[in-house]
Design a protein around this ligand. Structure first.
Ligand SMILES: Nc1nc2c(ncn2[C@@H]2O[C@H](COP(=O)(O)OP(=O)(O)OP(=O)(O)O)[C@@H](O)[C@H]2O)c(=O)[nH]1
Ligand SMILES: [Mg+2]
Length: 204
């Protein structure tokens, strides 16, 4: 299913415990502000502006849910590490994200997005390491691959792998993408479908 037939925005929440419980497996998208989370969701769903995009960082400020083909859900999360957001607001986002990650029982996988145009950022590596340690199933998606030539792209990918291997014995799944050029769409969908086969709905 790389061809999404129905994609509905279900709403925005500020707290995980207020979100609706569902029997559908959920996949969440996180990463630094402006890394391309909302764009990736739109690319995967072949929609233009279902998840709201902005060239200004800090666009997504709530937990936004989307239901895809009545089978699974996406959650678009606020970005982390945006310096221009006040400390109070950053702490609020951080708590929102932590509660979501720890409390959402149908979360199948967290996609952590990293910008391939730049060398590994400490805040990303730190987030991946602590989230991995907390036992959250996760995969990494490199974004904006269209912005680099082949050599520079490989150089940055190698640098990210190297930074992660200082902590991990084995790398989490790593997928390269570009929402602009629709790179990685099939690979991400294959990953999602594979993960869905392992989903067991919670017994009420
Ligand atoms: N060249 C290129 N630009 C991209 C790509 N993905 C996103 N962008 C641009 O990056 C900017 C940020 O995209 P968003 O999808 O809003 O990023 P976000 O991670 O959701 O940002 P916040 O919600 O603010 O945390 C926009 O100007 C997008 O057009 C990509 O694959 N290639
Ligand atoms: Mg966004």
């Amino acid at each position: 299913m790389t061809d999404v037939k129905q994609a509905d925005f279900l709403g925005s929440w500020e707290r995980q415990d207020a979100m609706p419980h569902t029997e559908f497996p959920e996949f969440a998208f996180i990463g630094r502000s402006n890394v391309g989370k909302s764009s990736l969701i739109n690319m995967l769903c072949s929609r233009k502006n279902m998840a709201r995009i902005s060239s200004h960082p800090g666009k997504t400020q709530t937990l936004n849910l989307f239901r895809i083909d009545r089978k699974l859900q996406f959650c678009d999360l606020p970005g982390y590490g945006y310096a221009k957001v006040s400390k109070v607001q950053r702490e609020k986002f951080s708590k929102m994200i932590q509660h979501y990650l720890m409390g959402r029982s149908n979360l199948m996988c967290l996609f952590v997005l990293v910008d391939l145009r730049i060398p590994p950022q400490e805040i990303d590596i730190e987030f991946i390491n602590t989230t991995g340690e907390a036992g959250i199933p996760m995969a990494i998606i490199g974004t904006k691959a269209d912005k680099l030539g082949k050599d520079k792209l490989q150089e940055n990918i190698d640098a990210i792998h190297k930074a992660l291997l200082e902590y991990w014995e084995e790398l989490p799944p790593f997928i390269i993408s570009s929402s602009e050029e629709k790179i990685g769409k099939e690979e991400i969908w294959n990953f999602i479908h594979q993960a869905c086969t392992l989903f067991k709905p919670e017994k009420k």
